[in-house]
Design a protein around this ligand. Structure first.
Ligand SMILES: [Mg+2]
Length: 411
């Protein structure tokens, strides 16, 4: 497909509940969306960056810069396939979430071109995904127990608790005591060191499904030492940013489960490579989340339909996070704790462009330059022509409503 134009949107949607992890608190979903035009169609992708470099080194600002000045110019006017992007972007180091957002829009387009669902285009085999709910750190234990009590009856197959030093063993024990034999796992988002091994040994008899990313985000050596001390599987998230990282971690015994987030891995192509590697090695994977909007959530549903995604996904219903999502219909949870994989063409949801316009803080459009032979745009050159942004950074046609995030200053 020839990439004719690309649009970037910096959007901010209020979260129904603030979400706190060991690295910080989020009150809004604040990220970028990518819209790519090719062959008379439009495909959508989400860039899972945040305002601050807390999950990884990227931010919304770095992703905007890398997309606008390097990645998008490298594709405009070119005949590309999403599976080519890891090779095509190899010279541009890291910036995985920026790359993943662009690749996601091309996957949506490719599935549309093939007249099939994104899940089928990726080789998915499931039509429903077992899902769990991820619960942030609460001000007090009672509030967390109330939160678990609220979500379990909705059918979620397991509960994941975010932990940090001082909010760990006692919290796990309390949830186990109150709720019995539920599927339970924890995620530390790298908040501990190997010196904290006793904390994890103290959890080892609580029947956890896994302990996710206890140690540093750039480590697989200490994780191997910790895993050797535990019965509970360690799951790596932040530490696995390439398919080769996954191979090395499995070779070292650093984990027994991998959380596959296509955004962290630079896109769906690499995510499928990690899935396939783990399948060959008999290692289960599951689909992690970044509190995605509906656009990213739809992609995750398609990815999680691949056969080795055999543990419940961090894929909640839209109303877990947003009063109004940016896709229609919103993602909904079945009473059996599963979510249907959409079978419509492409993402399988209608992307609500009006709604996106109302939550857009900044917008830009880049078009292939007429008269320039395809293939002449190089990263770093201004092959892209930016349409002047509308005043206030609003998307064209957007109207602002009282209380909409667009009224607040960015930051
Ligand atoms: Mg995690």
């Amino acid at each position: 497909m020839i990439v004719e134009a690309v649009e970037l949107f910096h959007v901010r949607l209020p979260l129904v509940f603030p979400f706190e992890t060991s690295f910080g608190r989020e009150d809004d979903k604040d990220c970028l969306l990518v819209r790519v035009e090719a062959g008379g169609r439009a495909g959508w992708g989400e860039v899972s960056t945040m305002p601050a470099p807390l999950y990884n080194e990227e931010t919304n600002a770095t992703a905007w810069h890398v997309l606008a000045d390097f990645l998008i110019p490298a594709l405009l006017g070119k005949d590309v396939r999403p599976g080519d992007l890891p090779d095509r972007f190899r010279a541009i180091r890291r910036h995985h979430m920026a790359k993943a957002g662009l690749e996601a829009a091309l996957w949506d387009l490719q599935a549309q071109e093939q007249g099939t669902s994104l899940a089928r285009a990726l080789g998915g085999t499931r039509d429903r995904i077992e899902v769990g709910v991820s619960l942030g750190i609460e001000p007090a234990l009672g509030e967390l127990l109330d939160r678990v009590d609220r979500f379990l009856p909705q059918g979620y197959r397991r509960v994941k608790l975010k932990i940090k030093p001082g909010w760990d063993v006692e919290v796990v024990r309390a949830v186990r005591r109150h709720f019995g034999d539920i599927g339970l796992q924890v995620d530390a988002n790298s908040a501990y060191t190997l010196a904290d091994a006793p904390v994890f040994r103290a959890m080892d008899d609580e029947g956890l499904l896994m302990i996710e990313q206890p140690l540093a985000e750039d480590d697989i050596v200490d994780h191997a030492q910790l895993q050797a001390q535990l019965k509970t599987p360690i799951c790596l998230d932040e530490s696995i940013v390439t398919p080769d990282d996954a191979r090395k971690a499995l070779d070292l015994g650093s984990c027994r489960v991998i959380n596959v987030k296509q955004a962290r891995l630079g896109g769906v192509t690499n995510a499928v490579r990690v899935h396939d590697l783990c399948q060959r090695r008999g290692v289960p994977v599951w689909c992690g989340g970044m509190l995605e909007t509906g656009v990213g959530r739809a992609l995750n549903l398609a990815l999680a339909s691949l056969p080795n995604f055999s543990l419940p996904a961090d894929l909640s219903a839209s109303d877990r996070y947003f009063e109004q999502d940016i896709i229609d219909p919103p993602v909904s949870l079945g009473p059996d704790g599963t979510i249907a994989v959409p079978d419509g063409v492409g993402l399988g949801f209608r992307v609500l462009e009006d709604r996106i316009g109302r939550v857009t803080l900044r917008h830009a459009r880049f078009k292939a330059t007429r008269g320039r032979p395809a293939g002449s745009a190089r990263p770093g050159k201004t092959a892209a022509r930016r349409r002047p942004e509308p005043e206030g950074g609003r998307a064209p046609g957007a109207t602002r409503r009282p209380g909409e995030p667009g009224r607040r200053p960015p930051g």
